[in-house]
Design a protein around this ligand. Structure first.
Ligand SMILES: [Zn+2]
Length: 354
């Protein structure tokens, strides 16, 4: 077979290969196979030198024609394939502007954090400042300075998480427990604040507290408190009552009533528990309030002079009141949450509702 026939045959093969290339990358392989440095057409041209002077012009002319034909075919197939690929990419990422938008999930504050902030804002509006203290606390600040007797049951290792025990060389207190614990209330912050500041003092202490309770519908081993203390001249129980009435209505809504019941706390005297009228039956009595018409929401009282003594406050000149509430309980009462554990389980179907 002569070189010219060989070229014609090469052109036919190449044109078939070009038209059957299914994408631009396969087409680029075809180009290299025929027109590249080691390609078939290049190989034929390399052999030109061995041809006779008579054959050379015809072969040269034919090979140029073949090259031009292949280049034209390659270019046209390339445009075709590029158009197809562009269409495929557009189809894959197609935008239908008539479709409703996809809402991006947006984070928000946890219900407990939000209610804590709401409570804090009510007190800040009354002129209180926010105080904070350590969650790992000395037994002295958590119990002794708050007038708990040496054998008060709350001090026992079955009620309180102790961080250091005797075997680790901890200082052992009169009660036989070590002296470092996870605070069981935020009241230690009140002692620390009174130690460092002179009256008048108007503070609230929000934060996490820990008790050795098994989690059940109404108990959590870790929960959130907002406690507060006022130290000033001529403070009366009436001031306490007026303050808490205002706060309860700010949290639960206008029209909710409060009720103060005598109670006992080691750090206040007299002490009271405060109930809010049931929001479901408005005090008539229903299942939610167990037929009483009232829901217990906080504890309070006039600060015991012994507590002022530990904190170095002049009791001849100053007195005051203190109060504390559990944020999880308030959340449960406000939103009718039947089980406190739902607040810490992290189930988004529950949390998204708030
Ligand atoms: Zn009720």
């Amino acid at each position: 077979m002569g070189v010219v026939e060989e070229l014609h045959e090469l052109r036919e093969r190449a044109l078939t290969d070009i038209s059957s290339a299914q994408d631009t990358s396969a087409l680029s392989d075809v180009r290299v196979a025929y027109l590249g440095k080691k390609g078939s057409l290049t190989g034929v041209l390399r052999g030109l030198g061995s041809l006779s002077a008579q054959e050379r012009p015809t072969v040269g002319k034919t090979s140029n024609e073949v090259r031009r034909a292949l280049e034209a075919a390659l270019d046209s197939r390339k445009s075709e394939l590029e158009a197809t690929e562009l269409q495929e990419r557009m189809d894959a990422g197609a935008l239908d502007v008539t479709l409703p938008g996809r809402r991006r999930a947006q984070g928000h504050q946890h219900l407990i954090q939000r209610i804590t902030r709401e409570i804090v804002e009510v007190f800040v509006g009354l002129g209180y400042t926010v105080a904070e203290g350590p969650e790992v606390e000395m037994e002295y600040y958590n119990f002794t300075a708050l007038n708990h007797t040496p054998h008060h049951p709350a001090r026992s290792a079955s009620d309180t998480f102790y961080v250091r025990d005797r075997s680790e060389g901890a200082v052992v207190s009169a009660t036989g427990q070590s002296d470092v614990l996870l605070r069981t209330h935020t009241s230690p912050v009140q002692i620390r604040t009174m130690e460092e500041n002179d009256p008048p003092i108007y503070i609230i202490a929000p934060g996490r507290v820990y008790r050795r309770d098994i989690a059940d519908p109404s108990h959590l081993p870790m929960f959130t408190q907002v406690e507060g203390i006022v130290v000033d001249e001529n403070i009366t129980f009436g001031d306490l009552k007026g303050t808490l009435d205002h706060v309860v209505q700010a949290i639960f809504g206008e029209g909710r009533r409060t009720r103060f019941r005598p109670h006992f706390f080691p750090f206040t005297e007299p002490s009271a528990e405060v109930d809010v009228s049931c929001g479901i039956c408005d005090g008539a009595g229903c299942r939610f309030c167990q037929g009483t018409g009232w829901l217990e929401i906080l504890g309070c009282g006039m600060v015991d002079p012994n507590v002022f003594g530990h904190a170095g406050v002049d009791t001849d000149r100053f007195n005051g009141f203190a109060f504390g509430m559990g944020v999880e309980r308030i959340a449960a009462l406000k939103y009718g949450i039947p089980d406190l554990r739902m607040l810490v389980e992290g189930d988004m179907r529950f949390l998204r509702q708030f």
